[in-house]
Design a protein around this ligand. Structure first.
Ligand SMILES: [Zn+2]
Length: 75
């Protein structure tokens, strides 16, 4: 699966992610802070998991490859 470069989500996380409007999902993925670039970057190769009711996205900075993460708060 890693070779396919495809987002991997847990079942719970996939359900939460699917309920978020696509426009907002793209906004989330294209606005992640990278501590190495010191600016908002696009997240690639991301995976998703639930953490205490919130969706945690983990991936890599599209610019430098540094690990980045973003928490999407549950409603
Ligand atoms: Zn970066």
């Amino acid at each position: 699966m890693a070779i396919l470069n495809f987002p991997e989500f847990t079942r719970d996380a996939a359900e939460v992610w699917a309920e978020i409007p696509m426009q907002y999902r793209e906004q989330i993925l294209s606005n992640v802070f990278c501590s190495r670039c010191r600016k908002a970057v696009e997240m690639v190769d991301y995976s998703g998991a639930m953490m205490k009711g919130d969706l945690l996205l983990k991936g890599k900075c599209s610019t430098c490859g540094h690990n980045v993460a973003r928490l999407v708060e549950g409603s």
